[in-house]
Design a protein around this ligand. Structure first.
Ligand SMILES: Cc1cc2nc3c(=O)[nH]c(=O)nc-3n(C[C@H](O)[C@H](O)[C@H](O)COP(=O)(O)OP(=O)(O)OC[C@H]3O[C@@H](n4cnc5c(N)ncnc54)[C@H](O)[C@@H]3O)c2cc1C
Length: 399
């Protein structure tokens, strides 16, 4: 069986590794001229580190990023509002949250993909279906054929447009700035992550190891301005005047050219992601707002689950539909929960902000823990032989 994958981002590369591990031949087409070297950082939550471990990728021992040990929520001025029980959550779920540079994750996945052909500068512009599967055409005229096609080509997916149509992108009227930089601060202990919540504006400062941090900032602005942010570093610094000292310091320390701006966007959840031998994954299938930090995590889950269902079906099309069915409920929930959280986070009215912060400070620990752990509760589907072995072992233990 041969799979064609459009997109060598986190989702496409994970799918390539998972499919190769199941004996499927893979060819990847990536529009960018080379592997990604920029793009800030990512938090890879317990659910996704579990999927990576199942693929033989143990982030902590691979020496990239930093296991998250402490997660604090603070006011804009830096006062502690809440400490989230990140360590006990990781212990309960049996896998860590790892914060890292996006480019380090992409490089690690690309290396793990081994000799899988990955064609850079290969923008897929269309596909055709025939008796023998599916063929793709790239902007430079290159073509390839396979038994199935996976659109892992991000929020503006060309494969999605051809498969389920051109649905509009939803915009939420805020901009996100992201960067990584060498920075250390006493408020950010090793393995620390601190989120600062203001009015219509937030900031995140996250240790990614090696004396470096990943930071992100958000601010409510008109939709058009979020889409085409043309401000300078000085403009960003002005937005954070009066905030905790470390916020201004880390922005000042960052070279202006290293700050990337992204508008807050997602799409209305689509019930169907596939057609015949074609399917979608990651942002191409279910783009979500960043609030739950689960976009890349759910793309990793998708890649793992896709390979699992293809391996367990006698027919490609049946395997793809089973994969989509397996992913629908969870990803629909992640998209809508991200939207709900984003609304609370970006609140601007001072009374509403006061109420939000009060709730955050005094909500029962069990409720806060429950909310934080929910998106991370996911286990990779297990092969039947392993399941049987596990249930036999469980029975032995009970006896
Ligand atoms: C500010 C911000 C912070 C975030 N933080 C987190 C976080 O902490 N944790 C988390 O889990 N997620 C986070 N996310 C979400 C995460 O970045 C995405 O969900 C994730 O990158 C999706 O992976 P993907 O592989 O589906 O798509 P992408 O990463 O977008 O990759 C798609 C790839 O396809 C390529 N491509 C596009 N079109 C074509 C084409 N026609 N042909 C061939 N190739 C093509 C692109 O060049 C790209 O390499 C964040 C997102 C943002 C914007």
């Amino acid at each position: 069986m041969k799979a064609l994958i459009a997109g060598a981002g986190v989702g496409g590369l994970t799918a390539a590794i998972a499919l190769r591990a199941r004996g499927v031949e893979v060819e990847v087409f990536e529009a960018a001229p080379e592997s990604r070297t920029s793009g800030g950082g990512l938090g890879i939550a317990c659910n996704a580190t579990k999927a990576l471990t199942a693929l033989g990728i143990d982030l902590p021992s691979a020496g990239v990023g930093r296991v998250c040990e402490r997660f604090t929520l603070r006011t804009a001025r830096g006062r502690l509002m809440r400490e989230l029980p990140i360590r006990s959550i990781a212990t309960e779920l049996g896998s860590p949250v790892v914060n890292l540079r996006r480019s380090d994750l992409v490089t690690l996945l690309r290396d793990k993909a081994g000799d899988t052909p990955i064609h850079y500068g290969a923008e897929v512009v269309g596909y055709g279906r025939g008796d023998n599967g599916v063929s793709v055409t790239c902007a430079d005229g290159r073509t390839a054929t396979g038994d199935l096609l996976v659109g892992a080509d991000g929020i503006r997916s060309a494969i999605r447009a051809s498969t389920i149509g051109r649905d509009p992108i939803n915009e939420y009227g805020y901009v996100c700035w992201i960067a990584t930089v060498a920075f250390e601060h006493s408020r950010l202990p090793p393995g620390g992550a601190a989120h600062y919540w203001g009015r219509g504006q937030r900031f995140g400062l996250i240790d990614i190891g090696g004396g470096h941090v990943y930071w992100w900032g958000t601010k409510n602005v008109p939709v058009e301005r979020a889409r085409r942010w043309t401000g300078t570093k000085h403009d960003i610094l002005r937005c954070y005047e009066g905030w905790a000292r470390e916020v201004g310091e880390v922005i000042s320390r960052t070279p202006e050219a290293d700050i990337v701006s992204v508008p807050a966007q997602d799409r209305t959840f689509a019930d169907s992601w596939g057609d015949g031998p074609v399917t979608l994954l990651g942002d191409a299938a279910h783009p979500m707002l960043t609030s739950l930090s689960q976009g890349a995590g759910s793309a990793i889950e998708d890649g793992y689950t896709l390979a699992y269902h293809l391996a367990h079906a006698d027919d490609v099309v049946v395997g793809l539909r089973r994969y989509e069915d397996a992913r629908r409920e969870r990803t629909r929930w992640l998209v809508s929960a991200s939207r709900r959280l984003s609304r609370t986070e970006q609140i601007e009215h001072p009374v509403a902000v006061g109420l939000r912060d009060l709730v955050l400070r005094y909500a029962p620990a069990s409720a806060v823990r429950g909310q934080n752990i929910a998106p991370m509760r996911w286990d990779p589907p297990q092969d039947r032989a392993r399941q049987t072995r596990k249930s036999r072992a469980d029975k032995e233990i009970t006896r």
